[in-house]
Design a protein around this ligand. Structure first.
Ligand code: C5P
Length: 395
């Protein structure tokens, strides 16, 4: 779970360190964004130390010169939790105001937002506050109502921020996913392969590994054990149920798949495997001589084809196709030629789809003749769609 805790300027901000600690205990990644007025109530240093992340306050960090990108925050998080949410922040959220980093992040959120109000009892029952909360609720924001009790003003009534334990409980409910892959092992290949020409050169491609890692992340969320066999990438993932195997070449990837395929029920082959490798790797750096250099190449093993022809009834293979022309025909040909169960087509003709980008636009075809098209989405969202499709296919 990736959670942004947004803090606005209310006395209940003193409870936020406890909220962060609870969230970290349940394995969440936490980043904090504070409104400028909230730093009078709680030190950013405390929040930074507990979350282990820099705290965002201004759009621009005057000391480091760094730009705090609200769009990146909005893409990163699974949930934005605004706690405490003051009457002022609630009013701004309800009206689309955007004069601080927290409000801009709310407007950039791709996922859900939870608002946890905290204020004095008369403010909390004021018609404008009630109206703004109702508006937020209509906008799809989750509201965790304030509790009754002793307030900072000395008055007793409704307006106390919900306790951190209660907030964590609601967060878990909002983000709950049905563990449909519990007791299943999912094997995923990711990234490019590098085929050495000599000690310093290789044949490779632009695959970033982002799609494969997003798939692994989703499978883990759904309760699976994941064996992720990755070529060279800069992607990271850590989880108790993850076995991450790093490889460099297609042959190494093939060997790892051969070892682990038997124990897997679902194979998602997202790697952009090099089709050819140099027949011979030179032991020393090839020297420049003349204008022409010929390299003799040999074909690499087709990993998904091997897995598809060596599968039991309880196993399915899912492959990818990146096509530039006759996309659908080529994808369907590949589906049957490689005996896959499901193929995911992403087109290089689509802006924002394919290699290196954070987004992808896919169509899925399967061996039962079914087909579904999807819009351009973040790769994390695409991974959700893919596993939903696989789950429906397996029913
Ligand atoms: O033939 P093409 O490379 O377009 O096929 C793409 C699909 O086949 C992908 O799922 C890719 O991971 C898989 N593949 C493979 N082994 C290869 C080449 C491709 O598993 N040698």
């Amino acid at each position: 779970m990736r959670i942004i805790v947004g803090i606005s300027g209310g006395i209940a901000a003193y409870k936020i360190p406890f909220l962060i600690r609870h969230l970290k205990k349940i394995g969440a990644e936490v980043k904090c964004i504070m409104t400028p007025s909230s730093i009078d109530f709680i030190s950013p240093l405390v929040l930074s130390a507990l979350s282990n992340e820099p705290v965002g306050i201004e759009f621009w960090n005057k000391e480091t010169g760094e730009w705090n990108n609200h769009v990146h925050y909005g893409e990163w998080a699974d949930l934005l939790v605004i706690a405490p949410a003051t009457a002022n922040t609630i009013a701004k959220l309800a009206n689309g105001a955007c004069d601080n980093l927290l409000l801009a992040t709310y407007l950039s959120m791709r996922s859900k937002t939870l608002v946890v109000p905290a204020m004095d009892l008369d403010m909390y029952k004021h018609p404008t506050v009630l109206r703004n909360l109702e508006q937020l609720s209509k906008d799809g924001v989750h509201i965790l109502p304030a509790e009754s009790g002793e307030l900072a003003s000395g008055l007793v009534g409704e307006g106390r921020m919900a306790e951190p334990e209660t907030i964590v409980g609601i967060i878990q409910t909002i983000l709950a996913v049905e563990p449909v892959l519990l007791n299943k092992t999912v094997l995923i290949t990711a990234g490019p392969t590098h085929e050495a020409i000599d000690p310093v050169r290789f044949i490779g491609n632009n695959s970033s590994g982002k799609m494969g890692f997003a798939l692994a992340h989703r499978a883990l969320q759904l309760g699976a054990k994941v064996i992720l066999i990755s070529g060279p990438t800069s992607c990271h993932l850590q989880h108790d149920a993850l076995q991450l195997i790093h490889v460099t070449t297609a042959v190494e990837m093939f060997n790892a798949v051969q070892i682990h395929w038997k124990e897997s029920q679902i194979g998602v082959f997202a790697a952009a495997v090099a089709d050819f490798r140099p027949l011979k790797m030179e032991n020393t750096k090839i020297k420049k001589s003349g204008d022409l250099l010929s390299l003799e190449l040999t074909t690499n093993p087709d990993i998904i084809e091997w897995a598809s022809t060596n599968k039991e009834d309880n196993q399915i293979t899912v492959g990818f196709a990146l096509e530039t022309n006759n996309e659908k025909e080529n994808a369907l040909l590949k589906l049957s030629r490689k005996k896959m169960d499901v193929i995911i087509l992403n087109s290089l003709n689509e802006k924002g789809a394919g290699f290196e980008t954070d987004t992808n636009k896919i169509s899925i075809f399967d061996s039962k003749g079914q087909h579904q098209e999807f819009s351009l989405k973040q790769k994390t969202e695409v991974a959700r769609d893919i596993f939903k499709y696989i789950n429906d296919y397996n029913q």
